[in-house]
Design a protein around this ligand. Structure first.
Ligand code: HPA
Length: 267
């Protein structure tokens, strides 16, 4: 772990206590309210040097550590996106800190566009795999041999089974699919959406994949859930915008919260 991460781990423990979180959570657009459901300590990113200046509306840049359904969790209310600064490793330090706090599992969330008619806005998708279509990688420049991270089973089978079971118990549809990472910040063209479908994608978005790669690099088990906010460009007559994403996310977010709470109770 970097000295910077060590330092932050000490600071965070001084404020939130020594107990290791059992699950880390990164909240995507429109999911920020979940941090408020946690009984614990909130630390603004501004107090954590090196944490991203989350500049995307719909995100709440603070780290919340505390209990949700009796399980100690660490919630990252904002993330760095590749499109903000052209840096795909903007979440490396926060995830190093999560690992340094003794956490072993990470659950990522995002807002995404659907490529499948049977997966409409307002629903969820569990990532079974992904395509790093943005053409970058957060481990570029990493000097150690550890950079050659196997990605064959990157999305953790046991976590996915637990999430599927929790969704079934809540009677919420949670189809699995492949998420394709576009850099953004412009949305895709209809031709790009058709290309993504041909490549085997079920949903598209602008985040998450760098964090999956970093999580595996750091030895964290990882799973990710998309909140479907729209159909991919050209697949519906609805206009695509960030405002629309933020307006639609709460629908799926409410379902995700029920699944998450059930999942945590089963841990
Ligand atoms: N494309 C990329 N990112 C997104 C979308 C989309 O259609 N919807 C929400 N985030």
């Amino acid at each position: 772990m970097s000295r910077n991460a060590d330092d932050l781990v000490r600071r965070i423990r001084a404020r939130a206590g020594d107990a290791a979180p059992r699950l880390g959570l990164v909240l995507g657009s429109g999911l920020g309210h979940l941090a408020g459901a946690v009984d614990g300590v909130a630390i603004p990113y501004a107090d954590l040097p090196g944490f991203p200046h989350a500049g995307v509306s719909g995100h709440n840049p603070q780290l919340v550590i505390g209990d949700l359904e009796g399980v100690r969790v660490a919630i990252f209310g904002g993330r760095a996106h590749y499109y903000e600064r052209g840096n795909p490793a903007g979440m490396r330090l926060p995830l190093e800190v999560l690992r340094g706090l003794g956490c072993e599992a990470l659950l990522l969330t995002n807002a995404a566009g659907s490529l499948r008619a049977e997966m409409p806005p307002g629903g969820l998708m569990l990532l079974e795999d992904h395509i790093a279509f943005a053409g970058s990688n957060p481990l570029i420049g990493e000097p150690t041999e550890a950079r050659f991270v196997p990605m064959t089973a990157a999305h953790d089978a046991a976590m996915r089974a637990g999430l599927r079971a929790a969704a079934a118990a809540e009677d919420i549809a949670l189809p699995e699919g492949v998420y394709c990472w576009f850099s953004g910040p412009s949305f895709e063209t209809p031709a790009e959406i058709r290309a993504a479908r041909i490549l085997g994608a079920d949903a598209v978005g602008m985040s998450t994949v760098p964090e999956v790669i970093l999580a595996r690099f750091l030895g964290l088990r990882v799973a990710a859930v998309s909140v479907i906010t729209n159909m991919g460009a050209g697949l519906s007559s609805e206009a695509i915008s960030h405002a629309h994403t933020k307006a639609m996310a709460p629908l799926g977010a409410a379902k995700f919260e029920r699944i998450l709470r059930r999942y945590l109770r089963g841990l």
